[in-house]
Design a protein around this ligand. Structure first.
Ligand SMILES: Nc1ncnc2c1ncn2[C@@H]1O[C@H](COP(=O)(O)OP(=O)(O)OP(=O)(O)O)[C@@H](O)[C@H]1O
Length: 579
């Protein structure tokens, strides 16, 4: 992929004026910093030449000037630090919200392949690296370039041979710094890996705390944790060793440069080719030449990390959602709820086998059908084609006679309610979670929906009723309670088409009967497809459809299917044996 230079710079656009002011300020601050040694030189020369009375007058003047320059320098630095970081943070926030918005549009097929943890890293870490480059990069280049070039020009005019001697050392310093940076980076990435392992270990142990306690395996967990914790400690020790070693080698080297300047400078003073004021100036400027060389490897790492962060950002931004609205997509009006699969074939990926082959099925408006079959036959897959979560490989899925590919996605999905076995609840209150079914609903409508879902009584028994926080993923609720909240959500949404995907299979008998009752109310007057594992739960369905790897092999009522003594009868007797 060619690096999208234009796109990279486009994120500066909203802050261009402020950014240029920050750069100008960084330039001024660096230029001002260069003036100080010159002022020292100016005074020292007067003192050395014995003009003590004029020197004293100048000291006051130059002292005043230094105060003014210090004020300019510090105010400038304040502006660069504050506004520079602010620009970086604002750009990062823009990129993050652009990425999140784009991720929301991406289709299921994308999320099937990506790991949530990895995606979170893209949203946090990658963008942090990028924002560092965005604001520190140009700022550092301006700062070090001005100081380096400025110091070089000034020193060159003061004494070219001595400048040349300093320059002979710089490449060696560059090589040292390069290796230091390389070792430091690999030690740092080891630390990052190890802290990741520690976090993973903590997450694993704490998420499974029930298992830990029920197996009385606290000691096992402590030992596993200690192992990771020690590895983390070792990686940090190694890092500090490398850092202390290289830092001191570099410092020694810098001192060597200073000593060389003092020796050659003193010899030049003896030879009358340099005076003491110039030597002092030299010593004051050395750091201006050394610092950029020392920082160069760090700046190049920052550059690489930022650019990689941007490339990873663009990788996702360049992904087009597989499923998008067609230009003239139809908005569904009054939906009757007829669903038809016409010679449908489907596979998840090109290199995977077909899950559904040439399948045809018509479900009438308001009909209640049960879908049964062995695990992996494709029941969930078939249902996920109705809301157009995936694109068909072949054939048609029609809702009220319209191809789902021609229907506006929002209007299609607003007309379909899905209740799953593992209902996902968001962190927030009970009220917030039910309102998810219709963000515009009033509190009264939410309470009505909860009543219909048999959830009102248990909600009222919670400490803060509808305003109770339910915790991440509803940890403070039982499976049946979570399920009833998710049903209340669908009541509120009030869709004409309903998919119940094994909605009661994880519940105990008592919860199941309450949830079943609310599901029966929910299904009234809607086209309903129930995916059921426990065949006892759908015995009364008017039509049971048996889906196996060979497609739809049987359809009919419970009794008629038992009488056929085919796949359904075999599934049924297998479950009966297990009971
Ligand atoms: N996102 C996916 N990517 C690739 N393959 C998938 C994906 N989801 C399901 N499959 C595969 O498709 C096939 C059908 O799965 P599906 O979940 O639709 O079956 P099911 O009949 O609902 O099974 P169960 O009763 O166990 O829930 C299985 O072989 C499964 O491994």
């Amino acid at each position: 992929m060619r690096f999208p230079v234009k796109k990279f710079f486009s994120y500066y656009k909203p802050y261009l004026k402020l950014f240029l002011s920050v750069l100008a300020c960084a330039f001024i601050v660096s230029a001002v910093t260069l003036v100080f040694p010159l002022l020292v030189r100016y005074i020292t020369k007067d003192v050395l030449e014995g003009n003590l009375s004029t020197a004293l007058n100048k000291v006051y003047l130059i002292g005043g000037l230094m105060l003014v320059l210090t004020a300019i320098q510090n105010i400038g630095n304040y502006f660069v630090d504050y506004k520079g970081h602010e620009i970086g943070a604002r750009m990062e926030s823009d990129l993050r919200s652009e990425l999140f918005t784009h991720m929301q549009k991406l289709s299921f097929s994308f999320y099937d392949k990506e790991k949530t943890g990895q995606l979170m890293t893209r949203i946090t870490n990658d963008l942090l690296m990028l924002s560092e480059l965005y604001h520190h990069g140009p700022e550092d280049y301006v700062k070090y370039l001005v100081r380096f070039i400025g110091a070089f020009v000034i020193l060159f005019f003061i004494n070219a041979p001595l400048t040349f001697i300093v320059f002979c050392f710089l490449p060696i310093l560059g090589v040292f710094s390069f290796y230091f940076n390389k070792f430091e980076n690999s030690a740092l990435s080891r630390i990052k890996e190890r802290i990741g392992d520690v976090n993973a270990q903590v997450e694993d142990s704490l998420s499974g705390i029930r298992e830990v306690k029920s197996f009385a395996n606290e000691q096992v967990e402590i030992e596993k944790f200690d192992q990771e914790n020690n590895r983390f400690l070792e990686s940090r020790k190694k890092f500090y060793k490398i850092e202390a070693y290289f830092y001191n080698v570099i410092q020694t080297f810098i001192q060597l440069i200073t000593i060389a300047v003092i020796i050659f400078g003193s010899a030049s003073i003896v030879n009358n080719t340099l005076d003491l004021a110039d030597l002092i100036t030299f010593l004051l400027y050395i750091n201006f030449l050394i610092e950029p060389i020392q920082k160069l490897p760090h700046m190049s790492t920052q550059f690489q990390e930022g650019i990689t962060g941007f490339q990873r950002f663009m990788e996702i931004m360049n992904l087009k959602p597989e499923i998008e609205n067609k230009p003239n997509a139809v908005t569904l009006q009054e939906v009757r709820g007829e669903i038809e699969f016409k010679q449908v074939s489907f596979r998840y990926e090109d290199n995977l086998g077909n899950v559904l082959v040439n399948l045809s099925l018509r479900i009438h408006p308001g009909e209640y059908v049960a879908l049964v079959g062995p695990s992996g036959a494709g029941k969930t897959t078939l249902c996920s084609l109705i809301p157009h979560f995936y694109d068909l490989t072949d054939g048609y899925v029609l809702v009220d006679g319209i191809d789902v590919r021609d229907i506006d996605l929002q209007s299609l999905r607003k007309n379909i309610g899905i209740v799953q076995q593992d209902a996902y609840l968001f962190s927030g209150t009970v009220m917030d979670n039910i309102r998810y079914g219709d963000p515009a609903a009033s509190d009264t409508e939410i309470i009505e929906a909860a009543m219909l879902a048999n959830a009102h009584d248990f909600i009222m028994s919670l400490p803060n009723g509808y305003h109770s926080e339910i915790g991440q993923r509803g940890v403070k609720l039982s499976g049946g309670q979570k399920q009833r909240l998710s049903i209340a959500r669908v009541f509120l949404k009030n869709p004409p088409i309903l998919i119940l995907d094994e909605a009661t299979s994880a519940l105990d008998n008592e919860s199941e009967s309450i949830v079943k009752e609310s599901l029966e109310w929910l299904a009234r007057g809607r086209t309903t497809i129930v995916i059921a594992h426990r065949l006892s739960t759908i015995r009364n369905a008017k039509r049971i459809i048996v889906l196996t790897e060979d497609g739809i092999v049987e359809q009919g009522t419970h009794n008629s299917l038992l009488a056929r003594d085919g796949s359904y009868a075999r599934l049924y007797s297998k479950q009966f044996e297990l009971l």
